[in-house]
Design a protein around this ligand. Sequence first.
Ligand SMILES: Cc1cc2nc3c(=O)[nH]c(=O)nc-3n(C[C@H](O)[C@H](O)[C@H](O)COP(=O)(O)OP(=O)(O)OC[C@H]3O[C@@H](n4cnc5c(N)ncnc54)[C@H](O)[C@@H]3O)c2cc1C
Length: 410
Amino acid sequence: MTEPNWNQPLAALPSHCDVLVVGAGPSGSACARRLAQAGQQVVLVDGQVFPRDKVCGDGLVPDTHSALEGLGLLDAVLRQAQPARFAHCVAPSGGAIDVPGRLAVLPRRELDAILCAGAVEAGALMAAPVRFDAPLRDAAGRVTGALLSEDGQTRPVAARWVVLATGATPAALLAAGVCERRTPTSMALRAYVKHPGVALNDLHFVWHARLHGGYGWIFPGPNQTFNIGVGIVSTERQEAGANGKRPQNLRSLFQAFVEVDPLARQLWQTGEHLGELKGAPLRCDLDGARWTHPGLLVVGDAVGATYSFTGEGIGKAMETGMAAAESLIAGGSDAQVAAAYSARLQALKPRFDLYRKAASFNRHPWLLSLLVWRARGSARMISRFADILGERRMPGSLLSWRGLRALFRG
Ligand SMILES: Cc1cc2nc3c(=O)[nH]c(=O)nc-3n(C[C@H](O)[C@H](O)[C@H](O)COP(=O)(O)OP(=O)(O)OC[C@H]3O[C@@H](n4cnc5c(N)ncnc54)[C@H](O)[C@@H]3O)c2cc1C
């Protein structure tokens, strides 16, 4: 396969386009592909040379499969990904359950390359490494394009709409005046370990009293390489490292994970370490940034489209990118486009709110132990969990005392 033309210079960009998408991660590439397929003239830029790495767990959960299907890219991804059958959830008590679902693992360097190539193949013009420095505005403050830069050279590119898909770092949101919270909601850290001696065909999620406020994971990727990491998940309105509280030390949490989990210990102590432990922020709960501004839509992690309980955001990044594209394709006035996009995000909001509520489980390990204890040997409960994982059912009933009581009545 020939390499897509994704690292074009800034000078190759037209002075005007229909939509300028900033950020070529899952949200930006999904948005750009959908718009280009609809015949719009799309410019996609990213501050990094592609293909690029992105610190992530690389877990592809059911909503990611559905979004990839919607983009027509699922087969391309599954040809490279390592399939998995279950989410193996280990409770603080040590009890475990296997929840079935459409699951897979693919390092982000490869996943994002497929997505980004998908946008270029559909007709988007991509330039990288090209940075978004600031929006261009008209006299009324409407965004009319962006000032882009490459190697210290800057250039304006006019666009009818700009889509910010810049991930969890707030710089672009701040430059565009749509940032409502500088600090991330969560932080996570991961490493890659190669271990031919370990066979695993499920995604491991581990909760433990020593991982208080977060959880550990082991996700088996292609070529006997494991993504192993820990995350500190936000609860309520508390932000990781904000509110004057000392941020929890992710490296200590990782060390605790390796000490308490036998599989993590085996991988870490006897596997081949590929690269450094790397951390990155997450923005969750559809919170922390304005979703729209005249001439501008915000998608993916930039708009907080990651679930706070699980830290999963690839699927929702693509969904919000596609939602922005559909709203732009439908067209209309600025207010109509903003209303259409906001309505799509609003439809996702109840699920995000419930996941934020569920994040408090991380601070009540006994509750997770109780749930797993109750679910073991109960096909009905496992099937309910599978429905939640597959987004066929809301997790709401599990998050009320009434719901929990009902569960324990059987
Ligand atoms: C450690 C960790 C583990 C995770 N594990 C999982 C998991 O297993 N499964 C899952 O579903 N989710 C996981 N997530 C969440 C997932 O990584 C994000 O939800 C997802 O990457 C969001 O995609 P995005 O396109 O919005 O942003 P990103 O993937 O972050 O892409 C943003 C892009 O914007 C570019 N950019 C930023 N600023 C500029 C600028 N000024 N100019 C030009 N370009 C710019 C960046 O270079 C980048 O390429 C994890 C996150 C972390 C931190």
